[in-house]
Each structure stands twice: as structure tokens, then as C-alpha cells.
Design a protein around this ligand. Structure first.
Ligand code: SAM
Length: 227
């Protein structure tokens, strides 16, 4: 059995009671960074074997993990923060488990894009999650897709690249669609700002952007009559 376990994106109170119980029951925990997960486990007072499983070793590690699961081990997969599989390793192992008839159970829990979407105040009946835009190759194509996309769009972006992204939006989506940036969600200095790409560009250019950010783009004004 493989458990996919979401962990807090900032506020440690956001871990669920079920996540704590299962972390205490499994044989081992696959994690991106053993130090990071070690801190969480210490906080929860749980001692388990931690196995490094991250984007640079997931292909090599995958078959060994499948073998362990096949002989009856119970394993949990966590990421540094949020839900595994959402812009983090997870998809490959789930697909492989399904192929081998291994049971997978994903717990509901913290992920950054849901609170950012809700906080944006943009319609959330239909939305598209695009994760991180590619840094170079394919970036322009993604901007074209964003400009044409009729649903609310969610992107992940690092604090270092936020101003650049907003600058690019000034030409790709202009002032037609509003943008919302959620920064440091669930943390002490959480900030949610909405405006045009130009307004947000001015806002975030004033000082160094700290912490992690989610960017949400409103759907095209004419895509649904109620907007
Ligand atoms: N698996 C995670 C999830 O479920 O949200 C996402 C991991 S991805 C590597 C990291 C990105 O998630 C950050 O660059 C940022 O875009 C977003 N993120 C994570 N924690 C956040 C937070 N507390 N506030 C805002 N954005 C956050």
C-alpha cells in the first residue's frame, strides 16, 4: 500500500489527524529532502525510516520502491510541502503502482493552489492549473496559451521570477484580465494582492519579493456571461 500524504505549506497546524496517524503506522517514508521531512517528523514525535525520493532520483529509485511495496511494505510519500504530485514528484510512482496492482490512497490536505484560487475571488467553477512556466524554451508558447485560455488559470512562480512574469503579462494579457498573487500562504506574512498585471508589477517591484507565490489569472471577460 502506498499513501500519498500532503504536508503543511507553512503553518504546521494544517497537517491532518489522519496524516499524522498514517505517518506513524507506515514502514517507511519517501521524501524529497530527508532533513526537511525529518524536522516535520520530529515535530510530530514520529521516528521512521526516511528514503530520499526527489526529481533527480525518482526514475532510478522507482523500481526498488515498487519491489518493497510488492512484498507488502506500507510506504508513505510526502514532499517538502503540500501535496505530492502537484509540481512535485508523485505522478510516476502512482502510475507505476496502478500498473502493478498496488493500492494507492491519497489523503486530502494542504496544497498551495487551492487557497490561492479561492482568495483570488475569480470564478473557480472552471480553472486550469499550469504549474511552473518553463524558464526558456516553450515559455512564449505558454504565454500564448494563457492569453487564449478562457478559464481561470493558476501558476506557480518563484519569488525571484515574479516581477519578470508580471512584466511579461503586461504584453501577453495586457490590462484585460485581472491577476491575483498569493504570497506566503498560511504563514505570518501572508499577502494576497489583486490588480492588473501593470498594477501588480508596480507593487512587487517596490522591494525584494520574499517567500513563495501563486499567481492566478482571471478568465477572459467575455468567456462567460456572469463575469
Ligand atoms: N506540492 C506543492 C503544493 O501542493 O502546492 C507545490 C510544490 S512546488 C515545488 C512549490 C511552489 O508551490 C512554490 O514555488 C509556490 O509557487 C507554491 N507554494 C508552496 N507553498 C506556498 C505558500 N506557502 N505560499 C504561496 N505559494 C506556495
Amino acid at each position: 500500500m502506498l499513501y500519498i500524504i500532503p504536508t503543511p505549506i507553512g503553518n504546521l497546524e494544517d497537517i491532518t489527524l489522519r496524516a499524522i496517524r498514517i505517518l506513524g503506522e507506515v514502514d517507511s517514508v519517501l521524501c524529497e529532502d530527508t532533513r526537511q521531512t525529518g524536522k516535520l517528523m520530529h515535530h510530530l514525535n514520529i521516528s521512521k525510516k526516511l528514503i530520499a525520493y526527489h526529481k533527480d532520483n525518482e526514475h532510478q529509485t522507482l523500481q526498488q520502491v515498487i519491489e518493497r511495496l510488492k512484498v507488502g511494505e506500507t510506504i508513505a510519500l510526502v514532499s517538502d510541502a503540500g501535496t505530492p504530485g502537484i509540481s512535485d514528484p508523485g505522478f510516476l510512482i502512482v502510475r507505476e503502482c496502478i500498473k502493478h496492482g498496488i493500492k494507492v490512497e491519497t489523503l486530502p490536505g494542504p496544497t498551495a493552489f487551492v487557497p490561492a484560487l479561492i482568495n483570488s475571488g475569480f470564478p473557480c467553477d472552471e480553472f486550469v492549473f499550469m504549474g511552473f512556466l518553463p524558464h526558456k524554451k516553450g515559455r512564449q508558447t505558454m504565454h500564448k496559451r494563457i492569453a487564449l485560455e478562457e478559464r481561470t488559470i493558476i501558476l506557480y512562480e518563484s519569488n525571484h521570477r515574479l516581477v519578470k512574469l508580471l512584466e511579461e503579462f503586461k504584453s501577453s494579457i495586457g490590462n484585460e484580465r485581472l491577476v491575483s498573487v498569493s504570497r506566503e500562504l498560511t504563514k505570518m506574512f501572508e499577502e494576497n494582492v489583486r490588480g492588473t498585471a501593470e498594477e501588480l508589477h508596480i507593487h512587487f517591484s517596490k522591494k525584494e519579493v520574499k517567500g513563495e507565490c501563486v499567481v492566478v489569472i482571471d478568465r477572459k471577460a467575455n468567456s462567460k456571461s456572469d463575469n
